[in-house]
Design a protein around this ligand. Structure first.
Ligand code: BDR
Ligand code: CA
Length: 314
């Protein structure tokens, strides 16, 4: 069993990752931290609580609300054109009676790292603000968290916010830079691999045909939310009836690293520039002099990854 702590900005693809985590037999979700990004932190928290209820009304997974904006910058607001007015493609899910924790996401990360040293894998699917704040409160978590797998950044593939920047790192460059400065063992699951890992309308049809009666509401949710996401990727990336699985892939890799080929590279985060704030800079010179070692995912067995995801919803 893999004890996983999720950090999300729920978000259509975050929601697919959350539902996967709650359905996969080899994952124990220790808690979910929320933050701003795809939507505001309040909406991300509410979406997360509703998704937990959708996965199983008996679940009581702790949800810790976190940062409402970046460390040093003004937040530019929800990306409604990508994730809809409510962050989950305008899908309507029943409200949950579960209350979020009183403890902040940063305090919750610190608590879990200290309660279970060497055990927790933290999978970040949004901005790195909560983790940066946790490191500030207790730098010792750098050696207590087993590993951090981050959906963020890109090394060779084009960016999705600027030509060279990905949304999660660009959304709070200073937070990403602080995380890169820490002792945490880091894996980057960036656009290099997430853009190649695509869910299609065919997968959704397969789920609708074969999923058991207990999964009907979940599949109906996926159809509504993902059709919004498909439309966005059709308009912007010329995908037809498909979307990349950014956040789900990071979670899949956290549990099964054999899905990707990784390389250890020296990396740092650029915090300045109109096009470059939040860019991952790797030093691949013969004698690198900047950055620190990070595991960077550069190739993916996308078919196996998508099949694993789909199988959890059958
Ligand atoms: C990342 O940005 C968000 O829109 C997605 O949820 C994902 O975490 C992709 O760049
Ligand atoms: Ca996300």
């Amino acid at each position: 069993m893999n004890p996983i702590l999720l950090d999300v900005d729920t978000g259509i693809d975050d929601s697919v990752a959350i539902l996967y985590a709650l359905n996969a037999l080899n994952i124990r979700v220790e808690g979910i931290c929320t933050g701003f990004g795809n939507t505001d932190v309040g909406q991300a928290t509410d979406n997360t609580l509703r998704l937990i209820k959708l996965a199983n009304p008996d679940y009581d997974i702790p949800v810790a609300p976190g940062a409402a904006g970046p460390l040093q910058r003004r937040w530019s607001g929800p990306v409604v054109h990508v994730h809809g007015n409510n962050g989950i493609g305008n899908a309507e899910l029943p409200a949950s009676s579960q209350q979020p924790l009183q403890q902040s996401a940063a305090d919750f990360i610190v608590r879990k790292a200290n309660e279970q040293p060497g055990e927790i894998t933290l999978v970040t699917l949004g901005r790195l603000t909560n983790l940066a704040l946790a490191l500030e409160k207790d730098p010792s978590i750098g050696t207590k968290i087993k590993k951090v797998v981050m959906m963020g950044g890109t090394v060779a593939a084009p960016g999705n916010v600027t030509p060279v920047c990905e949304a999660n790192f660009h959304g709070d460059p200073e937070a990403a830079a602080r995380v890169l400065k820490s002792d945490l063992p880091l894996t980057i699951v960036g656009l290099d691999v997430t853009m190649k890992t695509r869910l299609t309308a065919r997968h959704l049809e397969l789920l609708a045909r074969n999923a058991g009666p207990d999964k009907r509401e979940l599949i109906a949710y996926l159809q509504t939310a993902l059709s919004y996401y498909f439309n966005y990727y059709t308009q912007v990336n010329d995908f037809i009836g498909a979307c990349p699985l950014h956040d789900p892939l990071a979670l899949l890799v956290a549990v099964d690293p054999s899905l990707v080929k990784m390389q250890t590279l020296k990396a740092d985060i650029e915090c300045e520039g109109r096009f470059t704030a939040g860019m991952v800079v790797t030093d691949q010179r013969t004698h690198p002099s900047i950055g620190r070692d990070v595991q960077v995912c550069l190739e993916v067995d996308s078919e196996r990854a998508v099949n694993k995801l789909v199988a959890a919803f059958l």
